[in-house]
Design a protein around this ligand. Structure first.
Ligand code: WTA
Length: 638
């Protein structure tokens, strides 16, 4: 039996799309009726994009973990909910059935309760890709605590920013994490961060790597020891906290074009419905299939398409601890064959990286269980798309190119696998309920084909963010200020003659480095805080594998004349402030930066220089000192 809201054919899509526009209330309430609520909503939607205020299913009560776990117990008790593959191929996999997931989530929820964690408290999770990360998230959701997962590649400083901003009271971590050939000493990073985080009273530490760590008495507790304290003879059953539809489910920090990362807030009912609806439709998930999303749970893709979407749909989700290229570039193909994976969802940067190792890594790999392939996080170039289709999909699997954002909660524009048309490097059509449009610089809607525009959404959808944590005005300014009555995504796009969308990339100062979202302002702040740096400007330039890479122009006043040392020093500083993902590939020491007469750095010019588009610099005569441009071009790093 297909899912009740699974779109089956192209004409079904057209009908559903039309219905979702004509009667959004009827459309979403029908979909919501397939989820478990302990009390029904009073009102499906109230909204305006001016304040802005968006509320879905107000008055309803639910707990997302009942939808993700409890309601599957009857029919899927012994079905694997999570299949976990370790970093080391020689280590045994772990299979966690829905029944076991229920038990462990209830137990860990009881541990959190015992430590005084309550509904509404913020809990920061900083772990590697292990099942306990999922268990920790679900345990928070079970008791109504708000999780704030921080990617394990972020530095202590990034952790401090996120913990302080969210006023976190409890941290869940690991001793360390295995990633390819490396062990990342997570606990040591948390310890360093917590010196500056007085709100944190408790840290619960899962033992994974057996690294030598320090436990601070009274603050730090071992996960396994805490479990024995609540474990009665039989299973513990922590009752799901009844949550209001609009109660916060989680905060996830993401980069914008200005300032520090912002805490994107998602709420319980709308997020759940949208994550599940989009999962089932985009991937055309069929019962008992195995879904493998290679993203890290520290990013939204992992939240929505490793954890909440699949579990809500009663799917089997595969969680892989390591990286695609270790111990060799055939690793993903081995995992797919080992578990007979049906759906693979990964990032263009991973595809391009695997492409660079050549096709020998497909020898002796069958890959015949695959039915659907997916791409996310940045535009996928045609060459990578074709390679993915031919070598991974054996020209037999539809590819879904899914466009969305941390803010959108789930996929907004994508073909539905095998149901709606696909076209290389096109995200194609909006999902039902998504009123996408393109507008000009002054907010006029574009109806013609092949014209570049700003990608906006006209009407709310259940999965959209509701605010940025602790700063509602920032939320308004970021997304609703530029164009009246529209949600502005920050992306540019165009449409072909069939109305298919092609995303061209960010039009603001946000970069996608190997699919990781990084604000140039953040990197500049890190570089500028280095002694002897007067000022810097950071831009992105195209990179064959990472998609984009960082080019930093730095005014340096110190005495070190060894360029390599200087470059290493700046990158080390970026690493401590943000993390290794934000390191610059190119660093140019400059005497001055191109500025307008009012003192604003002209990043546009620097971007052109970084991209080697020297003939397209435009008018530089209005600059304060046009001479700096010549100096920068002359010493450009190629
Ligand atoms: C980019 C990731 C082109 C886009 C889910 C967006 C894409 C940003 C695609 C959000 C795609 C995501 N094609 N570009 N299929 N998917 N992007 O918040 O620029 O990490 O605004 O969410 O990634 O990144 P985020």
């Amino acid at each position: 039996m297909p899912y009740p809201f699974q779109i089956q054919t192209r004409s079904d899509y057209d009908q559903q799309y039309a219905k979702s526009i004509e009667d959004p209330i009827g459309f979403w309430s029908e979909i919501a009726s397939h989820f478990k609520f302990s009390k029904k909503w009073d009102q499906v939607l109230s909204w305006n994009f001016k304040e802005p205020r968006i509320k879905w299913f107000e008055g309803a009560k639910l707990n997302i973990t009942e939808n993700c776990i409890d309601r599957h117990l009857e029919s899927k008790m012994d079905q694997p909910a999570i299949i976990w593959e370790a970093n080391d191929p020689l280590e045994n996999e772990r299979i966690i059935t829905y029944k076991e997931l229920h038990q462990t989530v209830c137990e860990f929820a009881a541990v959190l309760k015992r430590h005084g964690v309550q509904k509404g408290d913020r809990v920061c999770i900083y772990m590697g890709m292990i099942p306990e990360l999922v268990i920790a998230m679900l345990a928070c959701a079970r008791i109504g605590a708000i999780h704030n997962v921080v990617f394990g590649g972020f530095s202590a400083q990034s952790l401090i920013d996120r913990i302080q901003d969210a006023q976190v009271s409890c941290v869940i971590s690991c001793d360390g994490a295995f990633r390819g050939p490396k062990t990342i000493e997570l606990k040591a990073i948390v310890d360093e961060a917590l010196l500056q985080c007085p709100t944190v009273k408790t840290q619960i530490v899962y033992q994974r790597t057996h690294s030598k760590i320090n436990m601070l008495e009274g603050r730090d507790f071992w996960w396994h020891e805490e479990l024995t304290k609540i474990n009665s003879l039989h299973s513990v059953s922590t009752a799901p906290e009844p949550m209001d539809a609009e109660d916060m489910l989680f905060i996830l920090y993401t980069s914008g074009s200005t300032g520090k990362p912002k805490g994107v807030v998602h709420t319980c009912a709308g997020y759940m419905i949208y994550a599940c609806y989009s999962f089932v439709n985009v991937f055309q998930y069929k019962k008992k299939q195995i879904h493998f999303c290679t993203a890290d749970i520290g990013w939204i893709t992992g939240h929505s398409y490793i954890v909440y979407g699949p579990l809500c749909a009663g799917a089997t989700t595969l969680l892989y601890e390591g990286i695609p290229t270790w111990p060799d570039p055939g690793r993903l193909w081995d995992i797919i064959d080992k578990f007979q994976v049906n759906i693979l969802y990964t990032a263009p940067t991973a595809i391009r990286s695997l492409m660079s190792f050549g096709e020998t890594w497909f020898e002796n790999k069958k890959l015949d269980s695959l039915k659907v392939l997916g791409s996310v996080g940045e535009p996928i170039n045609e060459e990578a798309w074709e390679w993915y289709s031919e070598h991974v999909g054996h020209s037999n699997c539809p590819i879904v190119d899914t466009w969305w954002q941390t803010e959108t909660g789930g996929i907004l524009i994508s073909n539905l696998a095998g149901v709606t048309p696909q076209k290389p490097s096109f995200a194609t059509l909006p999902l039902p309920g998504i009123q996408a449009c393109l507008v000009t610089d002054d907010g006029q809607e574009i109806s013609e084909h092949e014209i570049d525009g700003f990608l906006c959404i006209k009407f709310p959808w259940p999965g959209m963010l509701r605010t940025t944590y602790g700063d509602h005005e920032r939320f308004r300014k970021n997304y609703f200020d530029r164009f009246e009555d529209l949600y502005f995504s920050g992306d540019g796009a165009k449409r072909d003659e069939n109305g298919l969308y092609r995303i061209t990339g960010r039009v603001d100062d946000v970069l996608k480095i190997s699919g990781h979202r990084i604000g140039t302002a953040e990197v500049e702040n890190a570089v500028n805080s280095l002694e002897d740096v007067t000022e810097s400007a950071v831009v992105g330039y195209p990179h064959p594998i990472k998609g984009q890479a960082i080019y930093a122009f730095v005014i340096y006043n110190g005495t070190n004349s060894n360029y390599e040392q200087l470059k290493a020093g700046i990158n080390e500083h970026i690493q401590t402030h943000i993390g290794p993902i934000a390191k610059a590939d190119k660093i140019q020491i400059v005497k001055g930066l191109p500025k307008t007469r009012s003192g604003k750095i002209m990043r546009r010019i620097l971007r052109k220089i970084a991209c080697g588009e020297l003939h397209e610099l435009g008018d530089t005569s209005t600059l304060l000192d046009p001479g700096v441009v010549d100096e920068i071009i002359a010493n450009r790093i190629i």
